[in-house]
Design a protein. Structure first.
Length: 202
């Protein structure tokens, strides 16, 4: 009967709308874009400086240029309240790292991530190696080991950079720091869409 077909079509439309909303909510969410501002990012000591640049901009017109002379340095922002909500909901962080040349021949280059808030200082347990070759690289960091963040009124975000001092000063660029949905979330959405299509074909 026509009314049955209409009801079936309505159910499909509603389910499709729900899946679409879930997919939209599962899209990457930008934490820091550096568009027109360093967004408070600054080095924790004198062996690094930061500035805006157009080099290495992967989302918009600006990136954050970091000039580093070696040894360990934190680079971050003391005013990231709100980012904690996004990190808690999708604890997979990606950012784009652009390198020109070969970092003056640096033989190693690694990193940590940390956050600070009224819930306490938390940092990743182990450093990881960063690329040292020319080009733009996507860095992916699973920060689930830092959860729960227990933030109520202030939040700070930091990335560390560490390398040898004998390679001299080198500049690299970071941009588009974002959180992305976990693979399981996207897989569930994919199964939902597939089920909807099968149902519609019956």
């Amino acid at each position: 009967m026509n009314w049955e077909k209409d009801m079936k079509s309505t159910r499909i439309t509603v389910v499709a709308a729900v899946l679409g909303a879930l997919a939209a909510s599962s899209a990457a969410q930008t934490l820091f874009s550096f568009e027109g501002s360093t967004q408070g990012f600054a080095p924790g000591n004198a062996n690094a400086t930061v500035a805006l640049s157009t080099i290495g901009a992967t989302d918009g017109a600006n990136s954050l240029a970091i000039t580093h002379t070696g040894n360990f340095v934190w680079v971050g922002t003391p005013d990231a309240f709100g980012a904690n909500v996004l990190i808690s909901s999708a604890p997979l962080i990606r950012y784009d790292l652009t390198i020109e040349g070969d970092l003056n021949g640096a033989t190693w280059f690694n990193q940590l991530l940390a956050v600070n808030s009224n819930g306490g200082w938390k940092q990743m347990a182990n450093q990881w190696d960063l690329p040292r070759t020319a080009g733009t690289h996507t860095i992916e960091i699973d920060v689930s080991e830092l959860l729960p963040l227990n933030v109520t009124n202030w939040f700070q975000f930091f990335l560390s950079f560490n390398g040898p001092t004998d390679a001299g000063s080198r500049t690299f660029y970071i941009d588009n720091i974002r959180v992305v949905p976990e693979p399981a979330t996207m897989a569930a959405l994919g199964l939902g869409v597939a089920a909807l299509i099968r149902r519609r074909r019956k």
